[in-house]
Design a protein around this ligand. Structure first.
Ligand SMILES: *Cc1c(COP(=O)(O)O)cnc(C)c1O
Length: 380
């Protein structure tokens, strides 16, 4: 017999799920086997994926996979403890050295994920009495970090350095921290980093940027003293990083709760990231291929030149986005619908992401299917 507590838990969950279902916002997990060249098998069907963030195709690269396999044999499957106990595998020093060099920063610190990097770093930079200003479209984990910090949290209009400047001027917080993405995850547009950097300099505010969708794909001049990113997207592995002045990195080692109170990354993941960074440096044509695929698609469906490897097609309504996604899946093309709260209400969309692993013929096939199954249906 189930207890009253369990029964009330089940009623609570069922009630919440019913409301999500009514709004077409229910999410489900779909077992998906990813393979070489952007392939994905789901429910027995072979598809080409245009929705993952493996922009350079490195998660499937044979050299990256064998580096991970070798590290498993050399160091084991797991880290065994926090980095501050015995989990600081020698591969970390190599990986952090490479990251600092590639980002042009003094030092780098690797975290368990990009999410952990943000929620751990922001509370080190700001606390009670301080203020955090975020671009309104910044990633959920930047908002989570800002709220965890205990600072006052304010969002500024998307990519609007003047709005930011006004808000900074109106604040008398002890310290001011500004957070933005370099390339926005769901829109694919770039932040005006130099204008935002100037607004920060005028107000004596610190700028921290999230380069999750820029790193390895688009190189940007970035004035931010604190630059975070992830090893889970173009790098094709897993983990997050923060780059900045050495003194700040040392402070993070002493204060970042998501570094101190969590286990180090598995050594195979570190080895995969190191090898992927090598390929990023040695084979810059991969980034160029991802960008030219995004450009080919945008031209074919009549959009302007893309600013990154991410191209959104806004369909407004969540149900329409689901239907468009299902229509493409019937054509063998995997493009998950993006719905609120990931994006604002009324801006549900298909988010296409392009990779060095896509052949131009696949991209042309996608553009053709989008034209027939999504755009034609919209205009009728
Ligand atoms: C994916 C993403 C993260 C989180 O990175 P993970 O390594 O996947 O945890 C953080 N910020 C942005 C903008 C992202 O898109």
């Amino acid at each position: 017999m189930t207890s009253d507590a369990e029964a009330s838990l089940v009623r609570f969950a069922a009630h919440k799920l019913e409301a999500l279902g009514a709004d077409k916002l229910l999410r489900r997990l779909h077992p998906t086997q990813r393979g070489g060249d952007a392939g994905a098998t789901r429910g027995g069907a072979a598809l080409i994926s245009f929705c993952d963030n493996d922009y350079l195709g490195l998660s499937q690269h044979p050299d990256v996979k064998s580096a991970a396999a070798r590290a498993a044999m050399d160091y084991g499957a797991g880290a065994g403890a926090s980095r501050l106990i015995t989990g600081d595998c020698p591969l970390y020093a190599r990986l952090e050295g490479d990251l600092a060099q590639m980002k042009g920063c003094e030092a780098a610190l690797v975290f368990g994920s990009g999410y952990l990097a943000n929620i751990s770093t922001i509370p080190v930079l700001a606390g009670a009495g301080d203020a955090v200003f975020l671009d309104e479209r910044a990633h959920a984990c930047m908002f989570a970090g800002a709220r965890l910090s205990g600072a006052a949290v304010e969002s500024f209009a998307h990519n609007d350095a003047d709005d930011l400047r006004r808000r900074l001027a109106g604040s008398n917080a002890a310290r001011k921290l500004v957070l933005t993405e370099t390339v926005f995850s769901m829109d694919g547009d770039r932040a005006p980093l130099s204008a935002i950097g100037e607004a920060c300099a005028e107000a004596d505010a610190w700028l921290m940027t999230d380069d999750a969708h820029g790193f390895g794909v688009v190189a940007l001049d970035n004035p931010a003293p604190v630059q975070m990113g992830t090893l889970s997207k173009a790098v094709g592995a897993y983990g997050g990083y923060v780059c900045g002045p050495r003194a700040f990195i040392e402070l993070l080692i002493n204060r970042a709760r998501g570094l101190i109170y969590t286990t180090g990354l598995p050594p195979p993941v570190l080895a995969a990231a190191i090898e992927a960074l090598r390929l990023m440096r040695d084979e810059p044509e991969r980034a160029a291929r991802a960008m030219s695929n995004a450009a080919l698609f945008s031209t074919r469906i009549g959009l302007g030149a893309p600013q990154s490897a991410v191209v959104p097609l806004i369909l407004a309504d969540a149900e329409r986005a689901l239907q468009a996604s299902a229509a493409l899946e019937r054509e063998g093309l995997l493009v998950t619908a993006i719905r609120p709260p990931t994006v604002a209400v009324g801006t549900a969309r298909l988010r296409f992401s392009f990779s060095a692993a896509h052949a131009p013929e696949d991209v042309a096939r996608l553009a053709d299917a989008v034209t027939r199954c999504v755009l034609a249906e919209t205009s009728s």
